[in-house]
Design a protein around this ligand. Structure first.
Ligand SMILES: Cc1cc2nc3c(=O)[nH]c(=O)nc-3n(C[C@H](O)[C@H](O)[C@H](O)COP(=O)(O)OP(=O)(O)OC[C@H]3O[C@@H](n4cnc5c(N)ncnc54)[C@H](O)[C@@H]3O)c2cc1C
Length: 393
């Protein structure tokens, strides 16, 4: 059986790991990039705590770390022919028996907010995170070089998980600079702007409350109920009529599934995500699964689950199991996932989080737990890479 997986993000890689154990399954993994991008670590990269090698993994080498062939194609998928069961990339046509789409999502820059896309950055792709990091460093460098008292404003639009983590980490790093190289306190301002009346919309109240306290301690100016009307070269114009000047701006206000979602003409939601059944198959297709951020994922109660790496990986396990169960003529299993926990990194060695609905933690212990979770993921990828380098020697 030929299984094709499009997208080597959190969902795609987990699907490979689950399918690889079955010898009679031929696996092809396709990604437009040569690297797997650990988006969950982007906040630390932007703030200068991590290097590029801490947030990327070479996919080809990772595939070579398995004891059997995983065929990796670095190319962009540009079409699906469901009648002939083929995937078209820019360079070739690939046959599939079962297909897993795991192409993620991008930052959604709503077109009705004039100037937003033009003048702000997203972090869902590595090139954008890199530009943002470079600009942040440039600002700090200019401050060190000139030691002037010019004020710098950084605006983060969207106070979801990624916006909050980035704001906190940048505020923490800025404070370090204030303490070490004499940048005048109060010279770097970080604004976190949110359209809703609360940050971290939908998250546990313990997390929200303690995140607000930490952001306040770090000097982040949180502005809720603040809807961005438009953005010009260096100014955000709010619906309230207030204007905020910025030196640079990042937007993390939501996601939109693009790419394959645009070319595959099936039912989608308002975020352009595929609608899947409880087995995670794209509605109307028994041999096409969609997992992770590219799909609207619901539990069996019908609640929509948040687009996180945790959910993408859970979906990958269920989709892979279902492909193998079909091969074995066994009934498919339904996906009924949930978030086992959520930890929010809040600058330096500080985090807030909850686990298994009962454990609530903040401060260093929460930071340690978050680190263990993210490090063990990275460690698993690294082990596979080491395997690959050993066998190549
Ligand atoms: C700053 C930040 C912090 C976050 N923190 C957390 C956190 O703490 N915990 C958590 O659980 N989640 C977190 N998330 C969310 C998490 O990163 C995403 O939910 C996760 O990446 C989704 O995984 P995925 O496999 O669906 O897609 P992705 O990881 O986005 O992977 C999609 C892959 O598909 C490839 N691709 C796309 N289109 C094509 C195409 N047409 N052809 C070929 N390849 C294609 C891309 O190159 C990419 O490699 C965070 C996200 C951000 C940005």
């Amino acid at each position: 059986m030929k299984v094709v997986i499009v997208g080597a993000g959190y969902g795609g890689l987990r699907a490979v790991e689950k399918l690889v154990k079955r010898k009679n399954v031929e696996i092809t993994l396709i990604d437009k990039n040569p690297y797997h991008y650990l988006q969950t670590e982007a906040y630390g990269y932007i703030a200068g705590n991590f290097d590029i090698c801490d947030i990327t993994v070479d996919i080809k080498s990772w595939c070579e770390g398995f004891s059997r062939d995983i065929h990796f194609i670095q190319d962009e998928c540009i079409g699906i022919d469901t009648n002939n069961k083929t995937i078209q990339t820019k360079g070739q046509t690939i046959l599939y028996d079962e297909l897993i789409i795991a192409t993620g999502a991008k930052t959604n820059f709503p077109a009705f907010i004039e100037g937003l896309k033009e003048f702000s950055h997203g972090v869902k792709v590595l090139s954008r995170a890199y530009q943002f990091k470079t600009q942040f460093e440039e600002i700090i460098y200019k401050k060190v070089k000139n030691s002037d008292h010019k004020e710098f404003n950084i605006i983060i639009g969207g106070a979801g998980l990624s916006g909050v983590e980035i704001a906190a980490e940048m505020a923490y790093i800025s404070q370090k600079f204030i303490n070490s190289i004499g940048i005048k306190k109060g010279n770097i301002h970080i604004y976190l702007i949110e359209a809703y009346d609360s940050i971290l919309n939908g998250m546990d109240s313990y997390i929200v409350k303690n995140t607000l306290i930490r952001l306040d301690d770090l000097g982040v100016k949180v502005m809720t109920n603040s809807f961005i009307d438009s953005v010009s070269q260096n100014t955000v114009h709010l619906k309230t009529g207030e204007n905020l000047e910025f030196d640079f701006m990042i937007f993390t206000g939501g996601i939109r599934a693009i790419g394959i979602n645009d070319i595959f003409d099936v039912k989608k939601n308002r975020l352009n995500q595929f609608i899947v059944d409880s087995y995670l198959r794209v509605e109307g297709f028994e041999d096409i699964y969609a997992i992770g951020d590219c799909a609207e994922i619901r539990n069996l109660k019908g609640d929509i689950l948040p687009p996180t790496s945790q959910i993408a990986e859970q979906c990958a396990s269920v989709a892979a199991k279902n492909i193998l169960r079909k091969l074995d003529n066994q009934p498919l299993i339904k996906y009924d996932g949930k978030m086992d926990g959520m930890f929010v990194a809040l600058g330096g060695e500080y985090a807030v989080g909850t686990m298994f609905d009962t454990l609530k933690l903040k401060g260093y212990m929460a930071y340690l737990l978050k680190k263990i979770i993210t490090k063990s993921y990275h460690y698993g990828l690294k082990l596979r890479l080491n395997n690959s380098f050993r066998t190549r020697r």
